[in-house]
Design a protein around this ligand. Sequence first.
Ligand code: ASN
Length: 161
Amino acid sequence: MIQIFTTGGTIEGLDYVDGKGITQSSVTIETFLEKANVDFEYAVESVFKKDSRAIDEKDIQLLVQRIRNANSTKILITHGTFTMEDTAKYIGKLNLKKTIVLVGSFILGSSADTDAPFNLGYAISSLQLLKPDVYIAMNGQVLLWNNVSKNLETNKFERNE
Ligand SMILES: NC(=O)C[C@H](N)C(=O)O
């Protein structure tokens, strides 16, 4: 069984508009999975719904608690890209002995040309094959929590070396 924890970000169609805060959208991770007609067991639970720049220590602790309490050893976390790397590092250091993959999108999940379905499919496939640890699956790559950086110029996650 794959446990999916959602936390907000562009992948859920949340857009941050300067001065106006977060705009809401009707896009959900469930919608993407239903559209893809997937045939594996999963459960989706929203932990919080934030632009990742607004995630604080309390939010992360809540997320960690949910991961610890989950029966599943395969965890997918959907997350905004701005601070995905920080959350991956925080969780990675805890050595939770589960396979945990973080994924997001660069283009709004509610937009027709979004990268969300591709990224989700890639991340879920990786999650099923990877050994326990914490990873970021973005740009068609799997990156380990302690060897990943986001390149703000290319909008890609990359290995540090
Ligand atoms: N691409 C993104 O997900 C950026 C986003 N606004 C965030 O929550 O980090």
